[in-house]
Design a protein around this ligand. Sequence first.
Ligand code: GAR
Length: 207
Amino acid sequence: MAKPTSPLPLVVLISGSGSNLQAIIDACASGQINAEVRAVICNRPDAYGLERARNAGITTQLVNHRDFSDRRSFDIELERLIDSYHPGLVVLAGFMRILTPEFVNRYMGRLINIHPSLLPNFQGLHTHQRAIDAGAKEHGVSVHFVTPELDGGPVIIRAVVPILDGDDAEALAQRVLTQEHIIYPKAVGWYAEGRLSLKEGQTLLDG
Ligand code: GAR
């Protein structure tokens, strides 16, 4: 397959600090990956990630989930906005809303997420504390294709982080976050190079 030359258009969805968004913006700007963030969509008006996007000159859209009576109507508005930017890849970067199956099916194969655990371990919330409480020796982060099963889609790349004596959830989260900022741009870069796909429920890298 010929390598695509124009940058892959991305739409990034965030809810919070946006440090993963920043890592992707930086990787695009430095030429590490052949992609371009066309828009950042956020569901929280106070999210610091909105400022990061604005500082980088990227269009932002706020879709406050509180303004919608149910999940589906919120997702329909997200879909309308996302589609208006014609993304090749939709990137969930700390987007803390559960998406409807209709939304996921619409973008499946071009919708990825980062989750702070070694999936399939510790799906859901409070992963760092749960890993410590479980007495795990290792923890980490996974990038995966999104499927209708919450945090259940096929993994693309993971990074392992040791759990050290005396770690609390915050210290562990910081160490995991450092790895997040390495592996998320890497996964986006693979996709942009046409090396990564979802086929029959499995991740394919270079076939
Ligand atoms: C990251 O740790 C990400 O893995 C996590 O939210 C944080 C967002 O940080 N995502 C989830 O928990 C998704 N279930 P950021 O806003 O600084 O990128």
